[in-house]
Every structure is written in structure tokens, then in C-alpha cells.
Write a protein that binds this ligand. Sequence first.
Ligand code: ZN
Length: 288
Amino acid sequence: MTEDSEKGPAEVVRYERRGPVAVVTMNRPEYRNAQNSAMTYALDEAFYQAVTDDEVKVIVLAGEGRHFSAGHDIGTPGRDAHVSFERRASLWWDHVGKEGAESRFARESEVYLGMCRRWREIPKPTIAMVQGACIAGGLMLAWVCDLIVASDDAFFADPVVRMGIPGVEYFAHPWAMPPRIAKEFLFTGDRMPARRAYEVGMVNRVVPREDLETETLALAEKIAAMPRMGLALTKKAVNQAEDLQGMHAGMDSVFGLHHLAHAHNAETSADSLAGMDPKSMKAAADGS
Ligand code: ZN
């Protein structure tokens, strides 16, 4: 038994109510909150609970421990990419038992692009509270939130170009930051410090690490004073504007390129991740 397989959904993600604010916390700090499918579905459950609870006005997404999220789980003992879950984000069939691109496309349509889009449409304001690492799949979780509050030790990176892949599945890069900055961010895979993320408009606030929770909850409570319907319609208005700027269709087209890259890797190297695992990604990042 791995540590994770002993953890139930309620432990992989924690749900708390603090007045009008629901705090949803990723709880795999031993793996820097790497997102496996168990966590994905536990997050979805927690968001659903927050949406249906009329007392909740605002949702905060947090990560337990020193880091918000190191990304998708590509190498912990709790990796569960070959496990079936009850699908919620799409009507695509289950990936388990399918081969090649069919399996990858079905899985990523559901647990990555589909879930992220579903969470972006949550009709209540969401705030990501980010400390430490926010890498690749971690970015997707922060980006689906309406606001991002980062601590001064936070950093953001999408290093998957090292795998020959043009960015993570939820390709919000050119909407989350100016296109030229997005290219630099992807071409180098470098860490973008919180201060720089603030400068390019990707995060709303940068606060000292020790004030992160207080400042995020204060912002959430301030927003919670607004009428529920006003907030829901405002969120929809801005999301619609982003989609009119091509975000939805743009992501669909990049998702095709993303899967071309996975297929190319599978044909020409060890696997669809080009033989990269967390260790080799870190070694590449460190230049060793
Ligand atoms: Zn992928």
C-alpha cells in the first residue's frame, strides 16, 4: 500500500467553511501536492459542495505545505493514470482499456482540459492562494481561479517543452500573460517569480508568506459582501469576453497540438512524456 492509497478522497483534499468562504486545500504535501486523479475528483467534489452550499459566497483553493502544486502526478507512488473514475467533465468514454492516442485523448479530455474548464465555470468567485512552487499542472489549477494571490516566495513555471510538448493541457498561457512573455515562459521553462507574475498581470497580489492566508481570506470576505447573482453574472461576463478573444477555441486547437506531441513522443521515444519523469525534469532544470 502506498501512502496515498491509504488516503481517502476527504484526505487528499480538505474542505472547510470559514463563514462565507469555502477553503479547498490540496493535501498531498509529501508530494508537493502533485495532482493525481484521486485528487482531481476530490477537488471536483469539494467545488461541487461549495457551489451547492448557499452559505458559501467565495471559494479559496489552497495547497497544504510549502508548495501550492508541483503539477500533474507523473511519478509518485499514488500515480493512478490507469485507474477508472466516474467521469464528470466530458461524455468521452473511459480511457482505461484503450490504446495509444485514444487512451490519452480520452483521459486528458476528462481529467485535465475538461475538469479545468468545468472549474473555470464555477458560478462563484474563486481565489487561488499560491505559495512556493506552482508548476505545469499546478498552473492550470491557479489559472482556472478568478483571482490569484501569491506569497513572495511563489514561482510559476511550465517546463513541459522539455518533453517536446507545447505547454500544459489547459493552454491559457497567451491569455494569462502577454503572448511574447508566454513564448519566453514556454521557450525557457524558467521560473517566473511572484513579483514578475504580478508585473505581467498574471497574479492580483503578492504578499509576504506569513500574511498569505490572512490577506487571501480578507479579500475573499470583502468579495463575499457582494450579491451572489451579481458576482455570478460578472464572472460570466468576463469569462465570455475571454472566450470572445478566442480562448475556448484557441485551447481546443492547442489541445490537438498537445496530443500530436504526445503521439510523436510515443512513436519516437520511451513514452508519451519523452521518457521524462519528475527526476529527469528536475535534472534538466538544474542543468545537470
Ligand atoms: Zn498531456
